[in-house]
Design a protein around this ligand. Structure first.
Ligand SMILES: Nc1ncnc2c1ncn2[C@@H]1O[C@H](COP(=O)(O)OP(=O)(O)OP(=O)(O)O)[C@@H](O)[C@H]1O
Length: 267
């Protein structure tokens, strides 16, 4: 079990601090900082995600959780520091290699962004479009191969029987599972989930977190999830990254996290 570690001190990039029980390092964020104008929103932030683990981000509103994920998935660029995804150090890679590496990390958002009038299957196929020439991303041209891969992804999230239904006819929790199936159709090694359950009722939130946990535990994906519910982090995550004011407060295995440590995030 990994002790609670303050990670504010820089560590050498590429050094392995992980016990051997953990899988390969899929994501290594090393000392990244980000400012918007003169507001510093991330300072020397470091964290890792290994294959087979769920890492939860906790912290008050505005503490920098989403900014960290967005620096990883390329929605923003960090001002300094290093991000290595699936062994590719982004600052040193060509634009093509950077895009390839980032495609190994699929993002799932709180706002699910399915196309409601299209079928569940068509929505899931969209996860595979990055691999197709643009002219083949229209529904009649998807091709059998992509459809059967999308069906397999729906099966993994337990919704194969809803493939032909309109996406808009599913419940919020089911739609989030479809969004995860769409992410899986991207063939990721890692899922970045930004508040994936914030809009869901407690039962649906449990279902989605259980699914993310199973994808990590049984299929070896790495999962990084921003959560606002510490109890869900305790139940479904292996490790918690605690952020306050854009700085890492702790990186701790779940059994090491007590109420005082959690409370320190929300002062
Ligand atoms: N594009 C942007 N332009 C200016 N400021 C931004 C931008 N994106 C984020 N910020 C600011 O950065 C800080 C961190 O935002 P971030 O979304 O990462 O926080 P968070 O921990 O995910 O918060 P929440 O729990 O409310 O989603 C906030 O003060 C936010 O206003």
């Amino acid at each position: 079990m990994r002790p609670v570690t303050a990670l504010s001190a820089p560590r050498p990039s590429g050094a392995s601090a992980a016990p051997s029980a953990l899988g390969e390092v899929l994501l290594d964020v090393h000392a990244i900082s980000k400012s918007f104008g003169d507001r510093v929103v991330l300072q020397d932030m470091s964290m890792r995600v290994h294959a087979g683990e769920v890492v939860a981000f906790l912290g008050a509103n505005g503490s920098g959780k989403s900014t960290t994920l967005r620096a990883v998935n390329g929605l923003i660029e960090a001002d300094s520091g290093d991000i290595t995804i699936a062994g590719v150090r982004l600052t040193e890679a060509s634009a093509v290699r950077r895009a390839e590496a980032r495609r190994t990390a699929a993002t799932v958002f709180q706002k699910i962004h399915l196309v409601p009038r299209r079928t569940v299957l068509q929505n899931v196929c969209a996860g595979g479009f990055a691999r197709l020439p643009a002219w083949r991303s229209l529904p009649p041209l998807f091709g059998r191969e992509l459809e059967s891969e999308a069906m397999a992804c729906l099966d993994r999230v337990g919704l194969a029987d809803r493939a032909r239904d309109r996406a808009g006819s599913l419940s919020g929790g089911q739609q989030q599972r479809v969004a995860i199936a769409r992410a899986l159709c991207q063939r990721p090694r890692m899922i970045l989930a930004d508040e994936p359950v914030s809009a869901l009722d407690p039962k649906a939130a449990d279902d989605v977190m259980q699914l993310l946990h199973d994808l990590a535990a049984h299929e070896g994906l790495g999962v990084a999830a921003v959560l606002h519910q510490p109890q869900l982090a305790r139940r479904y995550a292996d490790r918690v990254i605690g952020l306050r004011g854009g700085r890492l407060v702790f990186d701790a295995a779940v059994p090491e996290i007590d109420d005082a440590l959690l409370a320190s995030l929300y002062l």
